[in-house]
Design a protein around this ligand. Structure first.
Ligand code: ARG
Length: 580
């Protein structure tokens, strides 16, 4: 067991001994914000004391006095407003290192209570190109899914593709009257986009066109075979574009149940909400009103338009119901941009009224926009939306230039492969690094820099560690390759080694906070700091040239650092390269 985890139950027992009726599950051990004061500190003691009107510092001192901690805890101290701070002794760090080398853990432990989590992300729309806005949802959602899975949760990823709705009336009309088959073969999405634009403009100018588009939609919804066939073709063409992008990004979905999947369920949702009195008619339409929720009072949610058609909210309600019935999750996470906040607040509020007894956590993980270097929404030079495929191409091309500059001698195929990993990795990392709720400025120079908090920097750090092992295996006889401790055991002898191992130890805590707060940026920063600790260690501590027991200890540290880097990057959806 990881040492900080071993302390938690002891701490909770001490609290129970002092306050027999207290709920102690919130009493935890967390890394100290300022490492000068300790490695870890307690969380939850102060609030417990306050609840009971006890002096938090006195309470902490009392707990400290009755705590029966193992010998490897150094320096237990009451600090600040009533934390308990402590440090880990060198011996427990050495033992933890040994356990990791034996393969018992990689500095994280599976969740004690695995949960079923549905993650709804990416969700692009049919007949439209995936744009940069979808990239954030895809990358963020994928990283959360990977992290939750690694921690042992049951994760179901579902791509809620926009494949139904009023836009298909216009698309169908355009397909029948405007389609250029040749152009469709060349670039299906561009052609579908073109016909949509054309009909859309015509509808604005001429209401008879609008009526014809509506007629097409009605026929599609009624299951007219011609329109259904065209719609299916549009779907297939879009899906193959999406798949190409997902392949490049290494993103896999368990399900891709688009909006159309829920079409047969919409009527009964509206009926149920009406008959239970939650929804009512309003000017020919049907809506849910939120008189009791101040924030939503002025924003009733439409669930059926006056022409009888259901909408995005109705579909999402049917989707929710289906997911509960099918997977019985304890949480559903929706990853979309911040402009959908009102939609999800309404959705969650309706759900709470509709199924008050269902204990389900609903979370909208929203994010800000990607801006161009001029601080305005990221667009092409001509002002068009940037297509995801073009962006990935450019990333690979730019990374290829960087790689070629560094390694002109490498064979071109190898340089291309490195450039692919570096380029895609750079985009993903730049997207995951900022606080997701703030807008960020897209900058090729920044994200491809070899120095700084970037993917290339971390990939380089990883490759550099692996090169130590390549050097070793050139010089060593085969059975010298093990990482097993020397007879005297691993021995940490420098400050840099200790700081690095202590940092490794917190990998699991960081992963937990990534999924608790839906913030992969915590992991980015952890990995960046890890690379920094490693650099300081490597500058100070010779590895291959050291004598035992240092040599074997340092090799173990190097190996584990590289494994944590690789695992961490994998959780961000970033592949690694052995050579750079
Ligand atoms: N297709 C939508 C869009 O592109 C996103 C769907 C998000 N998921 C959901 N269940 N509403 O904006």
């Amino acid at each position: 067991m990881l040492p900080y985890r071993a302390i938690e139950p002891l701490l909770q027992q001490a609290v129970s001994a002092c306050l027999p009726d207290a709920e102690t599950s919130g009493v935890l051990v967390r890394p100290c914000a300022d490492l000068r004061f300790g490695d870890y500190q307690t969380a939850g003691l102060i609030s417990l004391a306050k609840e009971r009107r006890l002096n938090p510092r006195e309470f902490a001192a009392k707990i400290a006095g009755s705590l029966n901690l193992p010998g490897w805890v150094d320096k237990l101290e009451v600090a600040g407003p009533g934390f308990l701070n402590f440090r880990l002794s060198k011996s427990v760090l050495e033992d933890t290192l040994a356990a990791a080398v034996r393969g018992e853990h990689l500095f994280f432990e599976p969740a004690r209570e695995p949960r079923t989590v549905v993650i709804d992300f990416s969700s692009p729309n049919v007949a439209k190109p995936m744009h940069v806005g979808h990239i954030r949802s895809t990358i963020l959602g994928d990283s959360l899914a990977r992290t939750a899975r690694l921690l042992g949760h049951r994760v179901i990823t579902d791509n809620h593709i926009g494949d139904w709705g009023t836009q298909f009336g216009k698309l169908l009309l355009g397909w029948k009257e405007e389609l250029d088959r040749l152009a469709l073969r060349k670039d299906p999405i561009a052609e579908m986009e073109r016909i949509y634009r054309k009909v859309n403009a015509a509808c604005d100018a001429d209401s008879t066109v609008l009526n014809r588009a509506r007629q097409e939609l009605v026929e599609l919804q009624a299951g007219g075979p011609e329109n259904l066939a065209i719609w299916r073709e549009m779907l297939a063409l879009s899906q193959s574009q999406f798949d190409a992008i997902y392949r490049r990004l290494g993103v896999v979905f368990d399900f891709a149940l688009g909006e159309s999947f829920y079409n047969p369920r919409l009527k009964s949702v509206v009926q149920e909400l009406c008959s239970s009195g939650l929804a009512r008619e309003s000017e020919g339409a049907i809506a849910v009103f939120f008189e009791d929720i101040p924030e939503l009072k002025a924003h009733p949610a439409l669930i059926q338009k006056s022409d009888g058609a259901a909408n995005y909210t109705t579909t999402d309600l049917a989707t929710l119901q289906y997911r509960i019935q099918t997977w019985n999750p304890s949480e559903i996470i929706y990853v979309t941009d911040g402009r959908q906040q009102l939609h999800f607040k309404q959705l969650f509020a309706i759900f709470r009224k509709w199924h008050p007894e269902t204990p389900l956590r609903l979370t909208h993980v929203w994010f800000g926009s990607i801006l161009g270097e001029d601080g305005k929404p990221f667009k092409t030079r001509e002002g068009g939306t940037i297509k995801l495929a073009d962006l990935l191409d450019e990333a690979e091309e730019r990374a290829f230039r960087v790689v070629t500059e560094k390694n002109p001698g490498l064979d071109e195929n190898q340089r291309r492969e490195i450039a692919r990993i570096v380029g895609i990795g750079a985009i993903k990392y730049a997207d995951l690094l900022p606080n997701r709720q703030s807008d960020y400025v897209f900058s090729w120079e920044k994200m491809l820099a070899l120095n700084g908090n970037t993917a290339p920097y971390l990939l380089y750090a990883y490759a550099r560690i692996r090169s130590i092992f390549r050097k070793r295996s050139e010089s060593a006889d085969p059975d010298e390759r093990s990482l097993a401790p020397p007879p005297s055991g691993y021995t940490l002898s420098t400050e840099e080694e200790i700081a690095l191992v202590k940092h490794l130890l917190n990998f699991g805590l960081v992963l937990e906070s990534v999924i608790e707060e839906y913030r992969p940026n915590y992991l980015c920063n952890f990995l960046y700091d890890l690379a920094g600790h490693f650099t300081r260690f490597y500058e100070k501590c010779p590895v291959l040239k050291a004598d035992e027991p240092q040599r074997q200890t340092r090799l173990a540290i190097c190996d584990l650092t590289s494994r944590v880097l690789k695992q961490g990057l994998d959780l961000l959806g970033i592949e690694t390269i052995e050579h750079m």
